[in-house]
Design a protein around this ligand. Sequence first.
Ligand SMILES: [Mg+2]
Length: 251
Amino acid sequence: MNPMADCKCALFLDVDGTLLDIAATPSTVRVPPGLTRALDNVASSLDGALALISGRLIEDLDRLFKPLHLPAAGLHGAEIRRSTGGRTECLDCAPIAPALREAINGLVEAHRGVQLEDKGHALALHYRARPAAGPLITHALAQLVAHHGPGLSLLSGKMVVELRDIRHSKASAVSAFMAIQPFAGRRPIFLGDDRTDEDGFSVVERGGGLALPVGHRHGGHNIDGREPAFANPAEVRNWLDELPGRLRAGF
Ligand SMILES: [Mg+2]
């Protein structure tokens, strides 16, 4: 498959579950040998039109893919670095009130195995270690946000529910990149594995681009009812390895 054959493209890549295999916790993911070099090569082949679009902090992406400082959006679009090696901008975010944080801490303490990831402007509750707690946690968090979280919204992903500013998303991040060089005028392609990527899929398709889902969602259902373009992150990594050669060859 080479959806990038017929035109100049811009590539937007989710990280966890797309480039990297999902691990027990976000901090225990492993970056396979060769992936960082492959990303660097693909970015060069696309004249720099490659961006990472993640729920992680950008500084976390930099740690994973050291020494690269690729264009990136973090915290589902609440942070953005518009150019390679550029400055990370923290976009305006609704504050998470102390009372809400306190209530969320109580929620986590009441559910053994649920892990709170505090990303500053966003919070994530991971329930991979206790999947049965997911619906209850999500419902309770929704109630808390409705009462104490103006400007915030919930985003459900694989074994995680995230709290973030309603104005920022993977769609707003892709749109920001498509307005500037070297992305502008290229055909956007978005690879993602989770419901959090559906915003990105929608915006690239509206712009005449391609959404390429990775893997099957938990429970066997595909993202947004779509057939996966890649079975798993290993297939994505193989595709990235071969992409510069294919682009050079013009097919
Ligand atoms: Mg993902």
